[in-house]
Design a binder for this molecule. Structure first.
Ligand code: ADP
Ligand code: UDP
Length: 236
């Protein structure tokens, strides 16, 4: 399948049309942004790692009954996926307090929750992706009631599957962001990516950060962290 016109260039990926209108090719870049786009940089090799890890996790989730956009990995950085119309909600699931949760509620990072939490942000760059609740999402017609229920169900299933998987490779899944989309027939499936850009990963023994927080917080060792996650998932 060949790339045709570029449909979109985002902060971390480009999206290309193909000869099949129901399929697009996503191309993963090494570009990184943080702090609402204020901080820009490059993480060498990130595009390859995010592409491969995301595809691996999509296959795993499919096996556990979560439909995803994944079709075929084309090369190190490019993957053929089902084209969706993205539901403009960032779906965030948390197992342990960190990031904006810790800041908003004035608590420390590292509190292990009894039950996972879920929240939505309205995916809207101009408004800086504000936190939104389901009733407001409904009022704005961002999704239907049935879609929101389905999205919540899938998001918690993703958490169950990934939490167990990552623990098996010595990693705590602290929190993560998902995006869902609609196929032409209205079916809701998991889209976008699951990677160290979109998840918080802490080493199970030492709590060392193995994700984009190292870039966001200028901690150094950014590439090493992404490479370590790649090694844990795929071996050497
Ligand atoms: P951003 O738009 O936030 O800068 P990216 O650089 O990751 O993010 O760009 C990828 C874009 O492609 C995102 O807007 C994402 O919502 C969208 N996208 C992800 N998966 C699909 C898909 N299967 N079909 C269509 N669009 C998708
Ligand atoms: N996240 C993301 N994209 C965003 C915002 C958050 O992928 O635009 C992910 C982030 O990597 C983390 C989780 O969602 O795994 C929760 O992020 P949080 O709300 O704590 O925001 P942050 O501290 O990154 O501002």
């Amino acid at each position: 399948m060949e790339k045709k016109a570029q449909l979109y260039e985002g902060k971390a990926k480009k999206v290309f049309a193909t000869e099949d209108p129901s399929l697009v090719i996503v191309s993963y870049k090494d570009d990184a942004t943080a702090l609402d786009g204020l901080k820009k940089g490059t993480i060498a090799g990130k595009g390859v790692i995010n592409n491969k890890m995301s595809n691996y996790l999509c296959r795993l989730l499919e096996k556990h009954g979560v439909p995803t956009h994944f079709v075929k990995e084309l090369n190190d950085r490019e993957t053929l996926v089902k084209k969706v119309s993205i539901v403009p909600l960032e779906v965030i699931v948390r197992n342990i307090s960190a990031g904006s949760f810790a800041k908003r509620y004035g608590v420390s990072e590292g509190i292990v929750f009894e039950e996972p939490t879920i929240e939505f942000s309205y995916k809207n760059d101009e408004l800086h992706d504000p936190l939104i609740n389901s009733s407001h999402a409904l009022a704005l017609s961002l999704a239907t009631k049935a879609e929101i229920e389905k999205i919540k169900e899938y998001a918690f299933r993703v958490n169950d599957v990934l939490k167990e998987y990552f623990l098996s490779i010595g990693v705590k899944l602290v929190d993560f962001k998902l995006e869902f989309g609609r196929l032409a027939d209205g079916t809701v499936i998991l889209a976008d990516e699951i990677s160290p850009d979109t998840c918080r990963f802490w080493d199970a023994e030492t709590n060392e950060k193995l994700d984009k927080d190292r870039f966001r917080r200028d901690m150094g060792g950014v590439e090493d962290a992404y490479n370590e996650m790649m090694k844990r998932v795929f071996g050497n």
